[in-house]
Design a protein around this ligand. Structure first.
Ligand code: UDP
Ligand code: LCN
Length: 793
């Protein structure tokens, strides 16, 4: 016991001597490892404290206390306080832990009445899974858990199902049931009669020919396009009324015609179909939404037609209109979306309180003061455009999700959120040191908006599991909102629970018409290949090109991303520059930002551009690196990945953190071996060594070694390249396709609509609480962005 105490003393005082108030998991583990490796340190490995450190996510300490946030398993937290003299440890509540951190940041005791946000009481009565493997499979869980419960009380569930089916209509025309069926026994009887009737018809008899008889029985259009499908839907319902199974319920609900129109919100950035990708704040989210819309329109059309309805889906993407459009279409109010029949972009300007339209582009970090007015204007224009309310509102990123909240609340429709990337985990201590970041990033408004929107959403779509709940070692993006503090503003003791069944993993894909395997010779865009050859091997530089490859015969290491700090393009250039073997083995092709810093109006981008030039100068890279400061059109980009594959090259995604990483999926869909960051989505997309490679951006030297090793091995053993290429193709085909995405999304929206109707998932008390939080906390924070001030002391 005594030695346990003295060992703990030794370890904790070692950390104390570092004179830091906050330690990350990596600091704790690395520091502990170093101590164990030091003289007489081996014994420390077998102490109780060693086991505690293994599950620690972070520590906060002063001269008296050592506080630890423990994460014994994914999504589950405990907080421990150890007295640095007595070594006595005790569990403390989360609020105590957060208060301690606040004291360390502020240098004084936090005010007694600091606002504490606690959403736990609102969800106490809801069912939630407890197994970590159930995280992100919300709809499966709800179906399993609620279907039996719903029908437990005799007759109650059946009656609710009847009520639900009776309310469907499209523009005043009843669907599914008409007024003739008024009770569950009527419904059962009518279903049996219909079944007998349908059995007498050929399976392919269309609805039109069956309509008059079925209407007499109480049924309206929506059950199916022909006798076989109508019968099948009716039998499914009979089974559900008898004894519901989760699968039957999901299949049946998936068929109900209830989603005809969608509003997709994506206010920030440059939302357009050409000349926008690669601009600041304009990347994967735009690509994602345009591909999503195309896939959803197809899926909606197919489902409506299978149900025998001649109704066209209606999809509007609502974004911001930017009068100073810099040659893009962002100043156009309406734009139809290529590859769809009915979908369009509707642009609504930001307006000042005076009513004046804001002319210039505004960074995503600064748009907060304009969103409320935007939501009101967007609502008006959307209602006119759709001729009524949308059936589902889908928000994107923090701003779009907040506007989706405001719209869904006002219109009373189902809300779905998609984060794409939450900023909180991208920037170290962005919550704790929010004030230091306020002038540049305004995280206080953003994190407040996030918290509100994720709690009002009926369901949340994520691209990966780790986006919700991280890994055994790292915290998920959503999980980071479970408990946090913005010192002197408010403290969140229960913000969101990664186990909440509103979370569903539905991964995106890459447009199969644009990103297909290099080996698919017949589909190749041969007409673009000269242009691409010139881009890569051209003997000239230009205003937007730096570097001419001295030996174009070498394979290419290719990277393409917005020139954000977090994308770490300059990091990759530095790793490359410092590894002679890699430089020998491959040329580096970089498509990112601008070459001329004067052409950028984004501070972070300009900074990175300057760094690129410094690196190229310092390391003499002009003969081995080709840097194109261009925004490539989709087809050109698609063919470029394939040309790099033809030359037996590889793609690199070196980001410090990547929420998902569409370029990774694009490269893999082209059959290009891919090296991608181990922080974020790519960790899940790629299976290391099978369908690509993980690299650690914090250990660039090692990453460069790995790439050099890869090229060396491919040189010796060309089949190795083919193996990785095939592995990448298999992986995306199995997991990352838009077809699968659209099917899932359309099923989810119906199932959540159903549960929202038949249970108390509506969460109206939560909404009230969040409305108050919005008015009292979010609004002043957003206003402070406008006035350039900061809330708090
Ligand atoms: N992209 C592009 N040109 C560029 C930079 C990016 O076409 O100069 C495209 C890229 O092909 C991908 C998207 O923008 O489709 C970037 O998405 P990703 O998820 O990789 O990153 P994000 O920019 O969203 O953080
Ligand atoms: C935003 C990001 O930063 C990427 O990681 C995602 O791939 C993209 O959005 C699409 O969701």
């Amino acid at each position: 016991m005594q030695s346990e105490r003295s060992n703990a003393h030794r370890v904790l005082h070692h950390f104390l001597s570092e004179d830091r108030h906050f330690l990350l998991r990596s600091d704790l583990l690395d520091g502990f490892e170093a101590l164990c490796a030091s003289e007489g340190g081996e014994v420390l490995r077998h102490t109780a404290l060693a086991a505690v450190l293994q599950i620690s996510q972070e520590a906060a300490l002063d001269a008296q206390w050592f506080c630890l946030a423990l994460r014994p398993r994914i999504g589950r937290w405990r907080y421990l306080r150890i007295h640095l003299e007595t070594m006595e440890a005790e569990d403390i509540p989360v609020s105590e832990f957060l208060r301690f951190k606040e004291r360390l940041v502020e240098g004084s005791e936090p005010a007694e009445w600091t606002l504490e946000v606690d959403l736990e009481p609102f969800s106490r009565e809801f069912f939630k899974p407890t197994e970590t493997r159930s995280i992100g499979r919300g709809v499966e869980f709800l179906n399993r858990r609620l279907s039996s419960r719903l029908f437990e009380e005799k007759g109650k569930g059946q009656q609710r199902m009847l009520d639900f089916l009776s309310m469907h209509a499209y523009r005043g025309r009843a669907l599914m049931l008409n007024g003739r069926i008024t009770s569950v026994s009527d419904l059962r009887r009518a279903l049996r009669s219909a079944d007998r009737l349908l059995a007498q018809h050929e399976p392919d008899t269309p609805w039109d020919r069956l309509q008059s008889e079925l209407v007499t029985l109480g049924f309206e259009a929506g059950w199916g396009c022909d006798a076989a499908r109508i019968r099948d839907s009716m039998q499914l319902l009979l089974d559900i009324l008898e004894a519901p199974s989760p699968d039957a319920l999901e299949t049946f609900l998936g068929r109900i015609p209830m989603i005809f129109s969608l509003a997709i919100l994506s206010p920030h950035g440059w939302f357009g179909q050409s000349q926008v990708l690669g601009r600041p704040d304009t990347g994967g989210q735009v690509v994602y939404i345009l591909d999503q819309v195309r896939a959803l329109e197809k899926e909606m059309t197919q489902r409506l037609s299978e149900q025998g309805l001649d109704i066209k889906p209606d999809i509007v993407v609502v974004t911001r209109l930017i009068p100073e459009a810099e040659g893009t279409s962002c100043d156009q109010r309406l734009e139809s979306i290529a590859g769809t029949e009915y979908a369009r972009i509707l642009r609504v300007p930001f307006r000042e309180p005076s009513g004046e339209v804001v002319p210039q582009w505004i960074s995503r970090f600064e748009i907060w003061p304009w969103l409320e007015q935007f939501a009101l204007d967007a609502e008006r224009e959307l209602l006119a455009e759709l001729g009524g309310r949308p059936d589902l509102v889908i928000g994107n990123y923090s701003d779009g999700n907040l506007v989706a909240t405001l719209l869904a609340q006002r219109l009373g429709v189902t809300q779905c959120n998609i984060a794409h990337a939450l900023e909180k985990t991208k920037y170290l201590y962005s919550d704790l040191y929010w004030r230091e970041n306020e002038a540049q990033y305004h995280f206080s408004a953003q994190f407040t908006a996030d918290l509100i929107a994720m709690n009002t959403a009926d369901f949340i779509i994520t691209s990966t599991y780790q986006e919700i709940a991280g890994t055994d070692e790292s915290v998920g993006q959503y999980e980071s909102y479970a408990a946090y503090t913005l010192p002197d503003l408010y403290r969140v003791v229960y913000g969101i629970d990664p186990f909440d069944p509103k979370f569903n993993i539905v991964s995106p894909g890459a447009d199969p018409d644009v990103y297909f395997p290099a080996a698919d010779r017949e589909r190749r865009l041969v007409h673009l290949q000269d242009e691409i050859g010139e881009l890569i091997d051209g003997r000239e530089t230009a205003e937007d090109i730096r570097g001419v490859l001295a030996d174009p015969g070498k394979p290419l290491l290719f990277t393409m991303a917005r020139m954000d700090r977090i994308k770490n393009i300059t990091g990759l250039v530095e790793w490359y520059a410092r590894d002679p073997e890699l430089r020998q083995a491959a040329n580096l092709l970089v498509i990112s930002g601008h070459v001329d810093p004067g052409r950028s109006d984004d501070a972070e981008e300009r900074d990175q551009i300057e760094r690129m030039h410094t690196l190229m100068d310092e390391h003499g890279l002009d003969g081995e690196v080709r840097w194109l400061g261009r925004h490539l059109e989709k087809d050109l980009a698609g063919e470029l990945y394939r040309v790099v594959a033809d030359r037996r090259g590889a793609f690199v995604q070196p980001a410090l953190f990547e929420a998902f990483g569409l370029t990774v999926v694009e490269a893999m869909s082209s059959g290009l071996p891919t090296f991608a960051t181990c922080f974020g989505g790519p960790l899940e997309i790629i299976e290391d060594g099978v369908s690509g490679f993980h690299i650690d951006p914090n250990h660039g030297e090692e990453a460069a070694r790995r790439m050099a090793g890869f090229f060396a091995r491919c040189h010796e053993e060309p089949a190795y390249w083919d193996r990785l290429s095939a592995g990448a193709l298999e992986r995306v085909a199995a997991r990352y396709t838009w077809k699968r995405y659209a099917e899932r999304m359309m099923t989810l929206s119906r199932v959540y609509g159903f549960w929202r109707y038949v249970t108390d998932l509506e969460r109206s008390e939560t909404r009230r609480y969040l409305e108050m939080f919005y008015a009292l906390q979010y609004r002043p924070l957003a206003d402070a962005v406008r006035s350039g001030g900061t809330l708090g002391r």
